[in-house]
Design a protein around this ligand. Structure first.
Ligand code: SF4
Ligand code: SF4
Length: 321
């Protein structure tokens, strides 16, 4: 842990960009000495992007989490994560019945919850147009981000893909994309690359479109690059809101900070807000932000708005049964 933050010069740039660090009057080197705050960090990476010494705040918080899990004998040492663990540790709503194909759509956990009709439409479209299968599964990132050992889940996922004969995974969630791409030994493509390759999907025309870039894609913008050909007109980033509030499963620890992100976005009165993460679209809409669009939903033209009630969990379960 010492080595992660040894170059800190205490300039305070990370603190000025982060409501969580401000609340506890910490910079990243000081955070490293507060294991009790490990689960209060949104893992958004905003601090890293401003640190002149390249100190990785996500890694600081993740290391704190991993250390605490190790001290607790391999268990998450905090309350409030039982439901998440019960669902995602060995994904409860896994469904591989239509996954015996070389190329599979991997919708992840959250897109099917918030956009069930679009999920079903897309799976059918890809089956018809490209003979693709669909695998309802969890990438494993939520488990890894709680500080638990990721190897077991990853090995099992690789074995499942191999036994299904899958040679290519097509993802639509930025978490799945950035988590699986460097970890799987088969190609992981974005849905936008696949749609372009197949000549499918509409372009989105806005005089000025406002793009809320999801945390996992903020540093590289790699997934965004793949969807840019579908955006026409002028596009601007939504600046200075680090996270939708769901990052790092920290909302339970810091509910006021989590709510402040939607409140800030709401107060700006953008005529539209586009994102390409279902969790962001759902969370921001639930937080009162109007006119939130998921880019993929508009590209496919299904007109679906995110499910804002508890039915979202049931939507996820439906794809299992
Ligand atoms: S921005 Fe980097 S160098 Fe500055 S206080 Fe934070 S961790 Fe230290
Ligand atoms: S990752 Fe985000 S929430 Fe965590 S310390 Fe950095 S800026 Fe703050």
């Amino acid at each position: 842990m010492e080595t992660l933050t040894k170059d800190c010069i205490h300039c305070g740039k990370c603190t000025r960009k982060c409501s969580f660090l401000q609340k506890y009057s910490l910079d990243l080197q000081e955070l490293a000495r507060h294991p009790e705050l490990a689960y209060h960090c949104f893992l958004c990476g905003q601090c890293t992007r401003v640190c002149p010494k390249g100190i990785d705040g996500r890694e600081v918080a993740l290391t704190l989490r991993r250390n605490r899990v190790q001290e607790a004998g391999g268990k998450v040492p905090e309350k409030g994560y039982a439901a998440l663990l019960a669902e995602k540790k060995n994904y409860l709503f896994r469904n591989a019945r239509k996954a015996h194909k070389k190329s599979v759509l991997f919708p992840g956990c959250n897109f099917p919850s918030f956009y069930p009709k679009t999920t079903a439409y897309l799976a059918e479209l890809l089956a018809k147009q490209a003979d693709m299968g669909v695998l309802f599964d969890c990438c494993g990132k939520p488990i890894a981000e709680l500080g638990l050992n990721e190897e077991e889940g990853l090995t099992a996922l690789k074995q499942r893909l191999s036994s299904l004969g899958v040679e290519e995974v097509v993802v639509l969630c930025p978490n799945c994309y950035h988590y699986l791409k460097p970890r799987l030994d088969i190609p992981v493509l974005s849905i936008y690359e696949k749609l372009r390759h197949l000549g499918l999907g509409n372009t989105i025309q806005e005089e000025t479109g406002y793009l809320f870039v999801p945390c996992p894609d903020k540093a590289s913008r790699e997934l965004e690059t793949t969807l840019r050909p579908f955006l026409e007109g002028q596009w601007e980033d939504v600046p200075d809101i680090p996270c939708c509030g769901l990052g790092g499963c920290a909302a339970g620890k810091e509910p006021e900070i989590a709510a402040s992100f939607s409140a800030e976005l709401s107060s700006r009165d953008y005529p539209n807000v586009y994102t390409y993460c279902a969790s962001c679209a759902g969370r921001l809409s639930r937080g009162g932000v109007e006119n939130v669009h998921h880019v993929l939903v508009d590209i496919l033209g299904t007109g679906e708005t995110p499910e804002l009630t508890v039915k979202s969990l049931w939507n996820r379960a439906k794809f299992r049964f």
